[in-house]
Ligand binder design. Structure first.
Ligand SMILES: [Zn+2]
Length: 141
């Protein structure tokens, strides 16, 4: 961690508290650009937006991919009150952001929550390879 990381993490924790005050799960995040200025802040709005993807990390990753050039994104840090979930980690990876600093780990979060049911979705596949590959032919060249 760098010298000013804790200050930005405290801001993320403050955003988490304000998310809870607004009736949402208690998570918050912000982006700090290469020059150390705050570029954007987000709170979890899953409940008030009725949007299962409205995690602050997800919203900021999408914002970064849309608004920042690749060089700026790579030099931008996301500070977040909790380690990004797998959905957000995937979005962050695609966004080009260069660094994430989190307060609570996923394991620490699990320890603060009641036990959760295991995932219920059934994933079935692969299937129809010869047909499914046709739309991809030549795309990744
Ligand atoms: Zn997430």
């Amino acid at each position: 961690m760098m010298s000013n990381d804790e200050g930005f993490l405290r801001r993320a924790i403050g955003l988490a508290a304000s998310a809870r005050e607004a009736g949402n799960p208690p998570f918050g995040s912000l982006l700090v650009g290469p020059d150390g200025t705050v570029l954007a802040e987000e709170r979890n709005t899953v409940l008030t937006d009725r949007d299962i993807a409205a995690h602050p990390e997800q919203k900021l990753a999408r914002w970064a991919a849309r608004e920042l050039d690749a060089e700026t994104a790579a030099a931008t840090t996301m500070y977040t009150s909790c380690q990004p979930c797998t959905m957000c980690a995937g979005a962050i990876d695609r966004s080009g952001l260069g660094r994430v600093v989190f307060a609570l780990s996923g394991e620490q979060l699990t320890g603060l929550k009641p036990p959760a049911d295991p995932p219920r979705v059934l994933l079935e596949g692969p299937a129809l390879f010869e047909e499914a590959r046709v739309p991809l032919e030549g795309y990744y060249r």
